[in-house]
Design a protein around this ligand. Sequence first.
Ligand SMILES: NC(=O)c1ccc[n+]([C@@H]2O[C@H](COP(=O)([O-])OP(=O)(O)OC[C@H]3O[C@@H](n4cnc5c(N)ncnc54)[C@H](OP(=O)(O)O)[C@@H]3O)[C@@H](O)[C@H]2O)c1
Length: 410
Amino acid sequence: MAGKDRILVLGPTGAIGRHIVWASVKAGNPTYVLVRDTPPTVNKPRLVTAANPETREELLQNFQNSGVFLIQGDMNDHQSLVSAIKQVDVVICSFGRLLIEDQVKIIAAIKEAGNIKRFFPSEFGLDVDRQDAVEPVREVFEEKAKIRRIIEAEGVPYTYLCCHAFTGYFLRNLAQIDTTVPPRDKIFIQGDGNVKGAYVTEADVGTYTVEAVNDPNTLNKAVHIRLPANYLSLNEIVSLWEKKIGKSIEKIYVPEEKVLKDIQELSFPNNYLLALYHSQQIRGDAVYEIDPTKDVEASQAYPHIKYTTVDEYLNQSIHFHSLLVSAVLRLSWFEHDNQNLHSAAYCMLDLVSGSQKDLERGQSEFIKKHRKDTCDDTTVLREVELCREELRVSAQFCSADLSARLVCLV
Ligand SMILES: NC(=O)c1ccc[n+]([C@@H]2O[C@H](COP(=O)([O-])OP(=O)(O)OC[C@H]3O[C@@H](n4cnc5c(N)ncnc54)[C@H](OP(=O)(O)O)[C@@H]3O)[C@@H](O)[C@H]2O)c1
């Protein structure tokens, strides 16, 4: 651990911030997080809670148990920011899209503290100097580009992390709107489906970010995560998925004109998600040449990192889909006296498309194997615990809606 830069993560409880914290802990960098006093409303599910199953309190407790230094503070409290920043070498900000412009407060605090070797502003998407997105996404990308210009003008040492699409946002349902799992019958594909996009799991974003912290060659450069096995068109991804589920899916190609109209008519978050899909899948915002004078290609710079491929991610979808069905099944069986739990379990099954057959088959197999009246209490309790654990794991791979319902069950 000696000699490694001390990292402060701002926004450590967010969708991506927590993965950066864990990667920092794993890499042996002394890790600090700024935690604000928050109203209880912040525990409401966010846009996507994929890969983020813990409550805020559980997460902070887990951080503390792992040796992370929790610093009380708030972005709006200048002195708390300056004093947190003075304790570290590198600041990584992972504030959400509504707080991008507020990063001027962090830049001011970094200037005042005067000790920071590197600042990673909240980016974690495509390269905002090479984008061609439409509203409502464009505004956020332009704000991120504006923050870049301020950092450069102020002479703050920086690294920009361009990781493109999180699998939890884009591939949990293969870039569909209003569904929670990948489709098995019919899929809407924006454009002709041939434009390449770049995908990465949230955990791998954390790993590459911390690798970039520990690599002096990324100073004042942008790091691009376009992993060879994950730089794929939607047609290629759908074809991988079809092989896994053993059938072909009806494909409905949506022309750009219709996608733009839908973006205008939909409300948040669907308009935002569709505009993100449009930027990557139609405008081709992930397709560009790397400029070695100001860019670092992560897969070339860090070939030792074994990343999760899209293929492996889709396997997880298959695996966790059946895990989810079986856990719900067993929970509803063991706790069938609990009316709330029982009906919640069956509600959730409605959300898991194509599960009815699995349910019936699983139920009869399960009942044959574990009739409740032949189990002693310890076995039942152990099974219930196991189901809860499986639900917790499954919640990582679901949308906010489903995840919230799963978390309610455990
Ligand atoms: N590439 C992709 O597919 C993708 C997907 C999603 C997001 N992103 C990008 O990733 C970045 C992070 O987004 P996110 O969705 O992970 O963010 P998020 O989940 O909204 O997290 C926001 C974080 O900021 C903290 N925070 C809010 N107000 C604060 C304040 N006044 N003082 C201190 N901390 C405060 C929150 O803490 P509390 O717990 O206190 O609320 C939370 O930890 C953004 O740039 C976003 O555009 C990319």
